[in-house]
Write a protein that binds this ligand. Structure first.
Ligand code: BJ8
Length: 423
């Protein structure tokens, strides 16, 4: 990576601490990713993106800011990217997936909460994430209690705006969510000094839909019996989707999909004949959380899909492009986003249906239900999901984990027993 120290210094980062991360990440990536056999050529782009994760993209954001643009950070797939783009701002997903940031997070938050929240808070508090440091504003949301209260802490460090996400899906909740989207629009216009016009929003809706379609195409390729790409690689692509330049991401992902479709025709596969096809369902896996995929794919399984926010919840359902007026567009956004079935909603029967549908569509032999430690909504929701999956005759294994490696051996043993059982 070129020397970006001057830029990181300007962003107010703790350079010494950040040096440690710069050493850890390539090692981790090398161990998990680079030893895979028969990887698609198109993965070279994503290798490059990872090698420049704190470099080139940060420079692009810096250039954007030098030209008067703003950077807006988000933490949840309910926050409409369309508005951020229509305001001429760059959006970056800031959920953090490394144990590295936990220590700093625990300086300002209790220890017994979700690692994702501790990690993104620690990344800001410790000044070790250049994406976070690049943000002019972050947009939080009222999903789980841990996030809700973390915004109050983060507001001391960065301008923090919170969207009030309804927790049910009644008619009045759609109306309320539309109003919240309108409020975000006003906030973004104020931040950027740019008016979000109907034309700009229509363009941003089309762009985000094209990104969703590229991811949908990637996932469709994974339905093939000869799986052309590993679950680990597909997860990486989804993770990169949250911070890469959208146009470039769409172009490179569609290019990769062409290669995958060729592979399917030629029966080129990364999986072995006996590998068990697994659907992962549960909490999001932020970079560089590749733990469960790595365990599965080194134990005789291939991950064929993720019912997570770094998976199908991010890209399923398009925003209706026929909406023409601002009101219609905002309502179309509210409709599309409230179709996401996150465990923070009650009741949430739609998620059970999604998991069963995906397990069937992707011909999964079993489901790994993965919940981050202390994520009450996903942990509790397991009871109903398990019941539904059992009734549908789909085997499921529950794994609760954090970002440390302490439980890798134990998870590996349980995964091996599960794969043998469904064999
Ligand atoms: S739509 S899953 S991105 S809230 S932070 S809820 S893991 S305790 S991230 Fe999420 Fe939006 Fe829902 Fe998706 Fe649990 Fe942790 Fe909370 Fe989390």
């Amino acid at each position: 990576m070129a020397d970006y120290r001057e830029l990181w210094g300007r962003l107010g980062m703790d350079l010494e601490k950040h040096d440690v991360l710069c050493e850890v990440l390539p090692q981790l990536y090398g161990g998990v990713y680079l030893g895979q056999e028969n990887r698609p050529e198109g993965m070279n782009y994503y290798n490059f993106v990872v090698s420049e994760v704190h470099g080139l993209r940060i420079k692009e954001l810096d250039d954007h800011k030098k030209q008067g643009g703003k950077v807006v950070g988000t933490f949840c797939v309910f926050v409409p990217d369309e508005l951020i783009l229509a305001a001429g701002a760059a959006g970056v997903g800031l959920c953090a997936g490394s144990q590295f940031w936990i220590e700093d997070g625990e300086k300002v938050l209790p220890r017994n909460i979700c690692p994702l929240v501790k990690a993104f808070t620690g990344a800001k508090v410790g000044g070790t994430c250049p994406y976070f440091q690049s943000c002019d504003m972050i947009v939080g949301e009222t999903t789980c209690d841990a996030k809700k209260k973390a915004w109050e802490v983060l507001d001391d460090y960065v301008d923090t705006y919170v969207m009030d996400l309804p927790q049910m899906k009644r008619d009045k909740d759609y109306k309320k969510w539309s109003e919240e989207i309108y409020d975000l629009k006003a906030k973004l216009e104020k931040l950027t000094g740019n008016e979000i016009t109907e034309a700009k929003l229509a363009e941003a809706i089309k762009l985000c839909n094209r990104k969703r379609l590229a991811l949908l195409r990637l996932y469709s390729a994974r339905k093939a019996l000869n799986v052309p790409i590993s679950g680990k690689d597909a997860l990486l692509i989804s993770q990169i989707a949250f911070y890469d330049n959208p146009e470039r991401f769409i172009e490179m992902t569609n290019k990769l999909c062409e290669e995958l479709e060729e592979r399917i025709k030629n029966e080129v596969s990364v999986s072995k004949k006996d590998d068990k096809r697994i659907l992962i369902s549960g909490t999001p896996m932020a970079v560089p959380n590749w733990k469960i995929h790595h365990i599965l794919e080194t134990s005789g399984a291939i991950v064929v899909a993720e019912e997570t926010c770094t998976g199908t919840r991010y890209f399923e359902n398009l925003v209706d492009e026929s909406a023409a007026t601002m009101d219609e567009m905002i309502n179309a956004l509210a409709d599309r986003y409230l179709k996401i079935n996150c465990a923070c909603f009650t009741p949430n029967k739609g998620r059970e249906d999604d998991i069963i549908r995906l397990a069937k569509e992707f011909k999964a032999d079993g489901v790994i239900y993965n919940s981050l430690q202390f994520c009450h909504t996903y942990n509790i929701e397991y009871a109903n999901v398990e019941k539904a999956l059992k009734a549908a005759g789909i085997p499921v294994l529950f794994i609760e984990s954090d970002y440390s490696n302490d439980d890798v051996g134990q998870i590996q043993t349980r995964v091996e027993a599960f794969l043998e059982m469904i064999g």
